[in-house]
Design a protein around this ligand. Structure first.
Ligand code: HEC
Length: 688
């Protein structure tokens, strides 16, 4: 019996002691069975090494979760170089440079594959999927075209000029690499097809259409031509494979355009859906749609976690998926049924002509949402009387209330908004205690729709700007940093070449405007860099829904006059939820504004991005907090802060926990950015 128990212990330990993929291990638990660093000795934790890539540039960030295989750590830099480091010393072993001067999109990590004799690292840069030899960093000549596959060519017909990148790494199932994409969220947007490629050859193995074609399941949840005219419904957040069942779980985001769906009446399957696909063929097994006909940008923002928890005395295999909405959906892995009872939450109708919202949305009765669900006058900040009065006055000009307030012409407050709730860091799960951990943001956003400028063929650059750029960068060009950069002071910051490359190629959530052609792009560039408002000729926009009556005019976080969130704290939280019962074990504010903390406002919480890792040593490690740049360790059972340190830059990324030669390390990317100073370093901690 003792022998058997020891064997079981051994099994669980080997299962979760490595960190060979983003999320840590095969179930994406963000859990490590290593216990050398624990609550008793955490006070002696110190920096073991620091690697400075030198690749940072103004406003760059790093979201990469390092992976560690055979003593080598694989990471990306702000310019999307891939670097292999000695995981014990931080010394560079090799570096591969795909030639990006400036990263066009975020990168959350790399994918490793090996068949025992050969091993590969997969990176995505723009629309290119790259295969590198894991030992040397050299491109694999047998993969695609000299180590590279252009993912835009997988569309039928191939789309040579569409904006597509992959920000979260693909997942491996046998010899397949399965990938989603990050695309524009205004029309024209690329369709969010899910694809699998052969890891050896780069050949396309299967495609799943998230916007179904005639004859495919879900086709009737859209207007009949949407599979040609609509876009997005994409998986930008990453996925997880259930090896034993041969399934891949794929969470998707909203359909384009984010805030006005007059051209996509219906529930819009498979947008905002957790898809369970056969990993070998891409066939749908089941699906769960959390938001019908999204008009709020409430994507599934992270891959789910494959958990095991207790139901009626039995262990059940389930999948736990959090949303930007603040709900956690815990579903049976076989059937997709919720483990907790569901109910319908009613949704007020839209006040905007042409929009048709679903009457209700499905929500679980347990666990309770991990962020507030209503912005009322009682939610307004009390930081100072002046801030309170200013916000209250502004609030009274908007539509506001419960989650699912529709975007409107007078302006609507989205709370939770497009930055969550949950974000790309996702949750962590402790297989010993069945506690699920989730960090979240609580900040309101303001969205306003306005009649679309009906632009003729001969227009001023400022008119073209208003029509095509203002939805994201704002009518006054102030953008909504960090999501959408300001464009009002580009002279001196970007060169002619950089602006034109951005317009030709797009990048991240910025669509490409290649279809405008060189003369129009040059005129827009002069407008941005030199404030010259010349006339330009617009070609007919390709695939653009000319008929859309309204587009987004304002999209920004709702802040008080001093730049703090317009709601009362907490502005960021960390929760621990028992998934056997659905009850909260603890919940605390996460993050500080150093200048407010100095004045005694310590428990505000703050915006945070990047996930947690829980360990068998009784600890929960998390960076994530934007403004204090701290790295913290909590007691995983109580939420008590045990240790903290200030990093060189904020760590908006998930840490990795691993072991080399019997020594445990915790490493994290410190990239800052998102409106804060940028860095390009990785820092690893260990006991002396
Ligand atoms: C759907 C939203 C969206 C639209 C529409 C859009 N952009 Fe952008 N734009 C972005 C995002 C997001 C970025 C940041 C991309 C990155 O670096 O990751 C960006 C970046 C840029 C940059 C680089 C700014 C910098 O500081 O590095 C320029 C220049 C730019 N956009 C110009 C334009 C122009 C001109 C238009 C209209 C023709 C436009 N954008 C339309 C989302 C958008």
């Amino acid at each position: 019996m003792i022998k058997f128990l020891t064997f079981l212990l051994f099994l669980t330990q080997t299962q979760y002691s490595g960190w060979d993929r983003v999320g840590g291990n095969e179930d994406n638990l963000h859990y490590s069975s290593l216990a050398q660093i624990n609550a008793q000795n955490i006070q002696s934790l110190r920096v073991a090494w620091r690697f400075d890539s030198g690749d940072e540039y103004p406003d760059s960030d790093m979201q990469c979760n390092p992976i560690v295989i055979d003593g080598l750590m694989y990471v990306t830099t702000p310019k999307l170089r891939v670097v292999a480091l000695n995981a014990a010393t931080g010394k560079q072993v090799w570096s591969f440079d795909a030639g990006q001067k400036r990263a066009p999109h975020p990168n959350r990590g790399l994918t490793y594959w090996s068949d025992g004799s050969q091993s590969r690292i997969f990176e995505t840069v723009g629309s290119d999927l790259l295969s590198l030899d894991a030992r040397t960093g050299l491109p694999d000549p047998g993969f695609g075209d000299k180590g590279k596959v252009d993912m835009r060519l997988a569309f039928d017909p191939p789309l040579r000029n569409t904006s597509l990148s992959v920000t979260s790494p693909g997942v491996i199932y046998h010899d397949l690499l399965i990938l989603g994409s990050s695309v524009a969220e205004t029309l024209p947007a690329t369709r969010g097809d899910i694809r699998a490629y052969n890891v050896r050859t780069g050949k396309l193995a299967w495609t799943f259409h998230t916007i179904p074609r005639p004859g495919e399941f879900g086709y009737d949840t859209w207007p009949s031509e949407s599979w040609k005219t609509s876009g997005a419904a994409n998986n930008w957040a990453g996925m997880v494979v259930d090896e034993k069942r041969g399934t891949v779980f794929v969470p998707t985001g909203s359909a384009a355009a984010d805030f006005y769906g007059a051209d996509r009446h219906g529930n819009d399957l498979f947008a905002n859906t957790l898809l369970c696909l056969d990993a070998a063929t891409g066939q749908r097994k089941w699906h769960f749609q959390a938001i019908r006909h999204d008009a709020w940008d409430l994507d599934f923002p992270c891959p789910p976690i494959l958990i095991r928890c207790l139901r009626n005395g039995q262990m059940v295999d389930a999948v736990a998926q959090p949303g930007k909405s603040g709900y956690l959906y815990v579903l049976n892995r076989e059937t997709g049924e919720s483990l907790f009872p569901m109910e319908e939450r009613s949704v007020p109708p839209s006040t905007v002509d042409g929009e048709l919202l679903a009457k209700s949305q499905p929500v679980p009765t347990l666990p309770a949402p991990f962020v507030r669900q209503e912005f009322s006058e009682a939610t307004v900040t009390n930081r100072t009387p002046a801030a309170h009065d200013a916000v209250l006055k502004e609030l009274r000009t908007y539509q506001h209330g419960q989650l699912f307030v529709s975007p409107s012409l007078k302006g609507s407050v989205l709370f939770p908004g497009p930055s969550g709730g949950a974000e790309w860091g996702g949750g962590a799960y402790d297989p010993e205690t069945h506690l699920y951990y989730i960090n979240a943001n609580e900040e309101p956003w303001v969205v306003r729709l306005a009649p679309t400028e009906q632009v003729g063929h001969n227009v001023l650059a400022s008119q073209a700007y208003k029509r095509f750029c203002a939805p994201c960068h704002g009518a006054s060009m102030k953008g909504s940093p960090p999501e959408y950069p300001a464009l009002d002071h580009l002279a001196g910051k970007l060169t002619d070449e950089q602006v034109s490359s951005m317009l030709h190629n797009g990048g991240g959530r910025m669509p490409n405007f290649d279809w405008l052609g060189d003369p129009a792009i040059n005129t827009l560039k002069d407008f941005l860099l030199r404030k010259v408002d010349n006339k330009m000729t617009l070609p007919t926009p390709q695939g653009l829904s000319e008929g859309l009556k309204y587009s987004t005019e304002t999209f920004r976080t709702f802040l008080d006059p001093d730049g703090y969130p317009a709601n009362s704290p907490p502005w960021g939280t960390l929760s621990a939820i028992n998934l056997d019962s659905g009850e909260y074990a603890w919940k605390i504010p996460l993050g500080q504004y150093p200048e407010l903390a100095a004045k005694g406002m310590k428990d505000t919480g703050s915006e945070n991005h990047g996930g947690a890792v829980v360990t068998a040593g009784g600890l929960l490690f998390i960076g994530a907090t934007h403004f204090d740049s701290k790295f913290r360790a909590f007691d995983k059972k109580t939420g008590k802060l045990l240790w903290e340190t200030v990093l060189p830059f904020a760590a908006n990324a998930t840490p990795a926990v691993y072991e080399v030669n019997g020594k445990q390390y915790v490493a994290v990317a410190t990239g800052g950015g998102r409106g804060r100073p940028s860095g390009g370093s990785y820092v690893a901690f260990a006991l002396p």
